[in-house]
Design a protein. Structure first.
Length: 259
């Protein structure tokens, strides 16, 4: 079920979504620099001894850092371009020639996978990787003490179903880090400008909508936080982190004053 580890010799064959520090190579710069920011990104949750699913692993920064702290990690990402959603802009290649778009984007996906395996080997990681459809994660993956959804929901046409798919496999702690709307109204907002795009930015969900969805799934929010991270293409970017526990009796709302 898990991907067979790949041997990638040339760093130039890779596309690094995350910046990574690799012994002998120093820092390899990626589109997002989360180095030294794991605690902020996952809400300070202790991962030692826990089985963790890293959803939207990309180059693997979160997977490798959580593994260093004692977690047993399964890294998940899309198998191919067929698992990727794009907004239906009329003149986009996605809309005018889907086959060509898939061929081109599959190369991008593969270059990101290469960055994961390039780092995986050199870091000496034991993390396992599973590639597939986020909306239909198989039960064969088993149960996870903790699942981390990191900046992937904004790229999905149906983030609600994705959260449900991930949540089914989570026995205790669910962490979501995304751009969010700071309101208790259960709403979501389209991110893309209809004239300018980008075609990959679908939705930002509100805290209230997350709260409602998580309650449906048997989770209660125990922590809300925010931090700013460096993005090569977006500049300094504020993201919000929700930590939820599978216990609907847990106190909710006490941290909302931070908003």
């Amino acid at each position: 079920m898990y991907a067979h580890p790949r041997t990638v010799k040339d760093v130039n064959d890779c596309l690094f979504y995350h910046s990574l520090e690799i012994h002998g190579l120093g820092t390899i710069n990626g589109l997002w620099n989360l180095i030294g920011r794991l605690d902020d990104y996952i809400g300070g949750v202790d991962v030692k001894g826990r089985r963790v699913l890293d959803v939207g692993c990309a180059s693997g920064f979160l997977s490798f850092e959580m593994e260093k702290r004692g977690a047993e990690v399964v890294s998940f990402d899309a198998e191919s371009a067929r698992d990727i959603d794009r907004l239906p802009f009329a003149k986009s290649l996605y809309s005018t020639n889907r086959k060509r778009w898939e061929d081109e984007f599959n190369e991008t996906i593969d270059r990101v996978k290469r960055s994961y395996w390039f780092a995986h080997e050199r870091i000496g990681s034991n993390a396992k990787a599973f590639y597939g459809d986020i909306y239909n994660l198989p039960e064969e993956l088993g149960s996870f003490d903790m699942t981390v959804i990191g900046q992937i929901l904004v790229h999905l046409s149906d983030p609600v179903s994705a959260i449900g798919s991930v949540g089914r496999l989570c026995s205790d702690t669910l962490v979501i880090t995304e751009g969010m709307l700071a309101t208790e109204k259960p709403i979501m907002k389209l991110c893309a400008d209809p004239d300018k795009g980008p075609d990959w930015a679908w939705w930002h969900l509100s805290v209230g909508l997350y709260r409602s969805l998580l309650k449906m799934m048997g989770f209660g929010i125990v922590k809300l936080s925010e931090a700013t991270y460096e993005s090569k293409h977006l500049g300094p970017t504020k993201l919000h982190t929700i930590v939820a526990k599978r216990d609907p009796k847990l106190s909710q709302g006490s941290d909302l004053r931070a908003w």
